[in-house]
Design a protein around this ligand. Structure first.
Ligand code: BMA
Length: 308
């Protein structure tokens, strides 16, 4: 087994949240000052999403802040584009600050916002970094030839839900976009793929833990897989593991707000070579499992499928 589910999953449920919410899921997680910070998504009781914050000493036992961390903007340029909610945050540490990318929903569609924090007490919105029909953006924790890089997930009819890469000199203007990975027909990720956790640097390449979706007569099934990108040029994919690394199996993954979903927005690599992968179970609770970084890299290389 590639991922050991934590025995006391779920690690966070709505019952631990001191304000009214229907779910806790799809959280970004990082280590900050020796503590695990989790920025999680919750559906409010009107079905629209906000972001909350929880903290932990060990990565398993979390305590939630009294107030939400980010609610839809009430003013400025963000207000118009966050009217329906903020969702699915990813956190990455770069240049002394934590960058948080999140989905911003409105009557104009879904785009991705970028916010910054240094202390997880105050957070500042920086820029809306895509137009509509984008979700699931993860920024690499390093620059390449002086440029920031991100994995994109635009959606279009002709090339549905695939993974692209883009670069930026300043985190505001993004370009040099290129399609790098597509769903594979009649495969567990045939319908959609999207970046999950921000890429993790390993000796053999950037580890990209992504989600893949398969349509069934009983709705879509969300699973996680792994791909390995070249260290010096992440637009080049070395290998994609043919098999998923986790699929919905436990009751907290098969039954919830949306059935049969494991969806990640964050993973924390540890000094001993292990990695804690966090995922939303059935869009309702937060779960964690432990894996081994080298084993995930081997999983990409030992039995690969084509990236496109
Ligand atoms: C995707 C997003 C995720 C969600 C998943 C399963 O399209 O909305 O936030 O976890 O569907 O419902």
């Amino acid at each position: 087994m590639l991922i050991d589910r934590y025995i006391n999953n779920p690690v966070l449920t709505k019952d631990q949240v001191p304000y009214p919410v229907a779910t806790v899921h799809n959280a970004g997680v990082v280590k900050f000052n020796g503590r695990y910070i989790m920025i999680f998504r919750s559906h409010r009781l009107n079905g629209r999403s906000i972001l909350g914050k929880a903290e932990s000493r060990d990565g398993f036992n979390f305590e939630v802040d009294k107030e939400p961390f980010m609610v839809p903007a009430r003013e400025g340029v963000f207000k118009e584009y966050e009217e329906y909610g903020v969702e699915d945050p990813r956190i990455v540490f770069l240049d002394g600050e934590y960058l948080i990318t999140y989905s911003a929903y409105s009557r104009h569609g879904v785009r991705v916002g970028l916010a910054k924090t240094r202390d997880f007490k105050s957070v500042e919105r920086f820029s809306l970094i895509t137009e509509a029909d984008y979700r699931n953006i993860v920024i690499f924790p390093e620059k390449f030839n002086g440029l920031y890089a991100r994995l994109d997930r635009p959606h279009s009819e002709i090339s549905p839900w695939s993974i692209w890469i883009s670069y930026s000199p300043d985190l505001v203007y993004w370009g040099e976009s290129k399609l790098i990975m597509k769903p594979v027909q009649y495969h567990w990720d045939e319908m959609k793929i999207g970046p999950g956790a921000p890429p993790v640097k390993t000796a053999r390449g950037w580890l990209n833990i992504y989600h893949g979706v398969f349509p069934t007569m009983d709705g879509s099934v969300y699973r996680l897989g792994v791909a390995l990108h070249k260290l010096e040029d992440p637009s080049q994919i070395i290998a994609v593991g043919d098999e998923w690394i986790i699929q919905p199996e436990e009751a907290y993954e098969t039954t919830g707000y949306v059935h049969n979903v494991v969806f990640t927005c964050g993973a924390v690599p540890e000094e001993d070579g292990s990695i804690k992968i966090y995922w939303g179970g059935a869009d309702k609770v937060m779960c964690v499992g432990t894996s081994n970084i080298e084993a995930l890299v081997d999983h990409c290389l030992d039995n690969p499928r084509k990236a496109m």
